[in-house]
Design a protein around this ligand. Structure first.
Ligand code: KIV
Length: 275
């Protein structure tokens, strides 16, 4: 059954935990979707894990469209949420609408996600009015990496915690259907979850949130440039891939691959005439 924003609403009401994973291509999206994960996030983390940038700042709308369309072709049931990249919405309501419209029309995604609190509420309101479901994202918002001076836990002081709670309430009021809480102390995330009527999706925000999201390369052990404390490795796929690449190299070098079963045959009498 197709997961929709109504499924998210019901999950909050029924206290059913929501699951979300990132994907950036067709075949991974198909696997995640087939595993019954509720939602796929085409994260601008593709800047790090797919394109090899140090942060998400260089990611463009075109990058997101290219990968988002591939994900949507692979996701039949999961709700696909696509990130709006840096400077595609911060510059104003008009730009936000134009870029969100492109992301929805040119990928087939079900919703967009954007980072920020009170300062982007006018954009959220306008997009929701235009019929575009919006997932908000507060706490550690990687597009603000230069302003934060690094990847740091957010909301630890009384003032910062109150600010995050206020932002969560404001994005809900602006019409967001869900909010991602990233790198926030677990107790604050639980408090925000209790105060909101929309689901909170945590990443590094403890188990009190209404759902969880992870970058799939992190949870599969496929990305080692940096591993935040909140990541759990559910499998060591990186090690399996490396071992397979090494075996392939060995078999090609030794001439044992391709074997007869990987090879096409033809009539000897035909080939002999060509010698
Ligand atoms: O870009 C991304 O993958 C994200 C998640 C970390 C929530 O925003």
């Amino acid at each position: 059954m197709k997961v929709t924003v109504n499924t998210f609403k019901e999950a909050k009401e029924n206290k059913t935990k929501l699951t979300m994973l990132t994907a950036y291509d067709y075949s991974t999206a198909k696997l995640i979707d087939g595993a019954g994960i509720d939602s796929i996030l085409v994260g601008d983390s593709l800047g790090n894990v797919i394109l090899g940038y140090e942060n998400t700042v260089p990611v463009t709308v075109e990058d997101m469209i290219h990968h988002g369309a591939a994900v949507c072709r692979g996701a039949k049931n999961a709700l696909v949420v696509i990130d709006m990249p840096f400077m595609s919405y911060q510059t104003g309501v008009h730009d936000a609408l134009v870029n969100a419209g492109r992301l929805m029309k040119e990928t087939g995604a079900d919703a967009v996600k954007l980072e920020g609190g009170s300062e982007i509420c006018p954009q959220i309101e306008a997009m929701v009015k235009a019929g575009i479901p919006v997932c908000a994202h507060i706490g550690l918002t990687p597009q603000h990496i230069h302003a934060f001076g690094g990847f740091k836990v957010q909301g630890k002081s009384e003032e910062a915690a109150a600010g995050l709670l206020k932002d969560a309430l404001l994005v809900e009021q602006a019409g967001a259907f869900a909010v991602v809480l990233e790198a926030v102390p677990a107790k604050l995330a639980s408090l925000i979850t209790d105060k909101l009527t929309i689901p909170t999706i945590g990443i590094g925000a403890g188990n009190g949130c209404d759902g969880q999201v992870l970058v799939y390369q992190d949870m599969l052990g496929m990305f080692s440039d940096f591993t935040p404390k909140f990541v759990k490795r559910f499998a060591n796929v990186g090690e399996i891939m490396t071992a397979a690449f090494q075996t392939y190299k060995k078999e090609v070098s030794e001439g044992t691959f391709p074997a007869p079963e990987n090879t096409y045959t033809m009539d000897d009498s035909i080939i002999e005439k060509l010698y």
